[in-house]
Design a protein. Sequence first.
Length: 185
Amino acid sequence: MIKLDEEGTLLVGGQENNMEFEELMEQKYSERFRKPRVSWDEYFMKIAEIVSERTTCLRLRGGAVVVKDKRIIATGYNGSARGLPHCSQVGCLKDHLELKGIPRGTGHESCRAIHAEENAILQCALHGISSDGATMYATVSPCLACAKSIINAGIKRVVYRSDYDDDAAFALFKEAGVGIEKLEE
Ligand SMILES: [Zn+2]
Ligand SMILES: [Zn+2]
């Protein structure tokens, strides 16, 4: 137990202690002091990663967080439209197509899930919150369809963690003046 007496002398376990208060605190919390404080980008990305854990599509896990003035205004993950069964319940349509010989990487619009980025933007619409000038944190770099929605939602900066490999989306962001940055772990 640590406390100070009336004169401000440090008492540890009821005994006076010569150790400087800061020194003692540093020793006590050294583990925490050694760990650097996370940046705002890392803070919101970590939250997007937690959000992605709600994903219901079996094939693509994704989470997105929309931030304005360091405040989260919306979140989204890969999942079906409200009230409809999830890929995790009825299978992903893309798997069904693949079984029929339609190659992987084509027809991603056939999955019933709405991508995390679009779900986050839709959440802004649903609740009447403006996404104009906001930053989006996405665990995976946006696909072309999401990129178009992001641009029209007025989002000005996109920070992502891992690559989805959609060069067209990157080109579109550049053209529209939307910043896109990869945040390395
Ligand atoms: Zn799916
Ligand atoms: Zn997408």
